[in-house]
Design a protein around this ligand. Structure first.
Ligand code: NAP
Length: 458
């Protein structure tokens, strides 16, 4: 191929940037990144907890990638709305989708849709000022909140509910969320895991942090923190990180509460059965099945109901049982796994049973919603290598209009309010400037209109 290799990347989260970084190492390569929002960085901006600013500092790496020759950003531009698959195929040799997992898994239980029962995804989007979730409201006038799930997202939600007004004011959390959480009446936050401490999905640093909260005591019953008979083998064979995690939780169980204003309860071996309402039709109670753990024929440890039932009063319930990928227009999708079928990042057409020429995936839409930000690097390098190999053997698309100017002209015709990386840098500087007088990292713009208006003014 004599002309430059032109790749469109849809999405601008970690997986998208790591793919761009690897592709741009190849000489004569150009990457155009397409993002639905005016702002880049996906879950680093809209998902990472606001009290974890160090994790967010990974964006410095993405800025360097964006500054490389051959990189362009087109924000406020949506695949499937402004651009079709045919539009992209006409302008690029390869298309790489890194759109993440944009919705959440459901529990499929009676009462799940009652007012006061929400997904963690909505709450996380709201406190992070994501434009899609800025108008959500959460009734924080109740005293007790239940969070179903024991992963890092569940821990984020629990921790955020326990932050003191001072801690909240130091973050880049959306102003409305700071205001609402500062006035919260919540006293008891319950994390509910269906299996035991050995199987809990959270990671070591995240669980340790719960014990360092200024405004909440962590409460764990010694019996629930125990390593049960079914888990003994998994525990003994586990890595040091597993042992540390279990020790941390068992340490919480030995602690006497220090009388902090809130209590964060970690409950194990309980599965929700149903959510019931009060006289106003709002969620009021979660019925929970007590589980015992049993080893399946494959050695895995699963929860089995004992027949014992427990009731937990909760005026607010969050399900935090994992994210879920959504189908993209005109592309294959595996609805069971919630991913785009692929082999080493090469998109597969399940009907034809073969790879879809010139189409690639990386990140959560490729492998499912697992792993931390850094895991996306190896994942995207694998995909980028598949793409580069295919380029070497001439197995990519043959676009009719590979000229970068032709694509930009099409974009400006379809979406005159497209946002460039230079525009984003201006928005970024404005947000940081707004945060300075308050001693906060930034004050985010939370609506697309607000962002576009700010760009017009500056
Ligand atoms: P996750 O780690 O997959 O955890 C999901 C939790 O939901 C597990 O405890 C799971 O229990 C439970 N669950 C699933 N279905 C259930 C059901 N029907 N009833 C009751 N419980 C159920 O998902 P996540 O917390 O959404 O996190 C997604 C990814 O982002 C993870 O890789 C996570 O580490 C990462 N993340 C990292 C950070 C960080 O590094 N600080 C922060 C946030 C997210 P079982 O184990 O029994 O299935």
């Amino acid at each position: 191929m004599n002309e430059p290799l032109r790749v469109a990347i849809v999405g601008s989260g970690p997986a998208a940037f790591y793919a761009a970084e690897h592709l741009l190492k190849r000489p004569e390569t150009q990457v155009d990144m397409i993002e639905r929002l005016p702002t880049p960085y996906g879950l680093v901006r809209g998902g990472v907890a606001p009290d974890h600013p160090k994790i967010k500092s990974v964006t410095a790496i993405y800025e360097k990638i964006a500054a490389q020759p051959g990189f362009r950003f087109f924000g406020n531009l949506e695949y499937g709305r402004h651009l079709s698959r045919a539009d992209l195929e006409a302008h690029f040799h390869a298309l790489l989708y890194a759109t993440g997992a944009q919705t959440d898994r459901r529990l499929d239980l009676p009462g799940e849709d009652l007012p006061g029962s929400h997904s963690a995804t909505e709450f996380v989007g709201w406190y992070n000022g994501h434009p899609d979730f800025r108008h959500r409201a959460f009734d924080l006038s109740c005293e007790s909140v239940a969070i179903v799930g024991m992963g890092n997202v569940a821990l984020d939600v629990a921790r955020i509910l326990c932050l003191t007004p001072r801690e909240l004011r130091e973050t880049d959390m959306a102003d409305d969320a700071i205001e609402a959480l500062s006035r919260s009446a919540v006293k008891d936050v319950y994390l509910i895991g269906r299996r035991g401490v050995v199987q809990a999905a959270f990671t070591t640093n995240e669980v340790r942090e719960l014990g360092e909260l200024e405004g909440a005591d962590v409460i764990v019953s010694p019996a629930e923190a125990e390593v049960d008979a079914a888990s003994a083998e998994e525990f003994a064979a586990g890595r040091i990180s597993l042992k540390t995690k279990v020790e941390i939780v068992q340490g919480f169980a030995r602690r006497a509460p220090a009388g902090r204003p809130r209590r964060l309860h970690m409950r194990f071996r309980l599965s929700p059965l149903e959510l019931t309402e009060d006289a106003r039709g709002k969620v009021a109670l979660v019925r929970l099945a007590r589980n015992e753990l049993v080893r399946g024929p494959d050695g895995s440890v699963r929860a089995q109901a004992t027949g014992e039932v427990e009731e937990l009063r909760a005026g607010l319930v969050f399900r935090s049982v994992g994210y879920r990928g959504v189908p993209l227009p005109e592309l294959p999708f595996d609805p069971r796994a919630g991913v785009i079928p692929n082999e080493r990042g090469r998109m597969c057409d399940p009907q034809a049973g073969s790879a879809l020429r010139g189409h690639y995936v990386s990140g959560w839409i490729k492998r499912g919603p697992t792993g931390v930000i850094g895991n996306n690097k190896a994942d995207s390098v694998e995909t980028a290598n598949s793409l580069i190999e295919d380029a070497a053997r001439g197995a990519l698309l043959s676009p009719a209009r590979p000229d970068p100017a032709a694509f930009e002209a099409l974009v400006r015709e379809r979406q005159p309010r497209v946002v460039t990386f230079e525009d984003w840098r201006r928005l970024d500087a404005l947000e940081i400037e707004r945060g300075r007088p308050q001693g906060r990292p930034r004050v985010k713009f939370t609506s697309v209109e607000e962002m576009l208006a700010a760009l017009v003014r500056t």
